[in-house]
Design a protein around this ligand. Sequence first.
Ligand code: RRO
Length: 312
Amino acid sequence: MTLKTTFAHYEFSNPLMNASGVHCMTTQELDELLQSQAGAVITKSSTLEKRAGNPEPRYVDLSLGSINSMGLPNLGFDYYLEYVLEKQKDTSIKGPLFFSVAGMSAKENIELLQKLQESAFDGITELNLSCPNVPGKPQLAYDFEATEALLKEVFSFFKKPLGIKLPPYFDLVHFDTMAEILNQFPLTYVNSVNSVGNALFIDPDTEAVVIKPKDGFGGLGGQYIKPTALANVRAFYTRLKPEIKIIGTGGIVTGQDAFEHLLCGASLLQIGTALHQEGPAIFERITRELEEIMAQKGYQSIDAFRGKLKSL
Ligand code: RRO
């Protein structure tokens, strides 16, 4: 049996990786992921200049997930570019690295991607169109016209493999509209979903919110959001042209969660909240649990069941 996954023109030993933002801010954390059983690794979304992000507390683990309003803290584009350029020379590293960018404006996104295009980076780029936590900056991918205009400009010059990170959608018309837009472009993948934006978690004992930024409003992740994540993976898998692969993110804690995302059509799987709670050893556990489920069901490869969710 094998967990090998082909994705665009690449092959990975297994489909599991970190979600951008979790355990990938520093070179030390990235090194720890590269040394783990993760099949691939992605950097924290970066901006041109480094950012301190929002005031703390800005991330809290909850019994069924997490809430965060980090506010895009990162060490700056050059820090991560230097890291991936160094690592891509290392032949012991399996597969390409993923590089996430999240400009604070369309202009900054274009500049970030121009720099990546001109660089020697030979991995896969993820354009984050769905950060919910920068005060005053709406999630770009909820603005369909702006998303279409940005992608038109991006693909006029960007020739390397590119995926986009989307927020969750909750209406079938929105899936239809967004898929129609995305199908016009040579995207490598769509990553669904980012955190469910602007949730509010409160502590009834203190009668207060639990994170400081934005009066407690923040992105919800973890088990709370798995059904929404699966719906988004399935909706895009059934609407996008087959060349556009899906990365499934949201609520993966066990091998069974991974199996469900794959059944809905995901090719790679990203882990955020559970990686934050358990650390990089999680990749070994979830790959083992996924293998056990596949063995019980008699599946020799992920391709034997990927996308094959049955209707009633
Ligand atoms: O840094 C953040 O606040 C953050 C980002 Br950029 C994102 O894309 N998703 C999220 O939940 N938090």
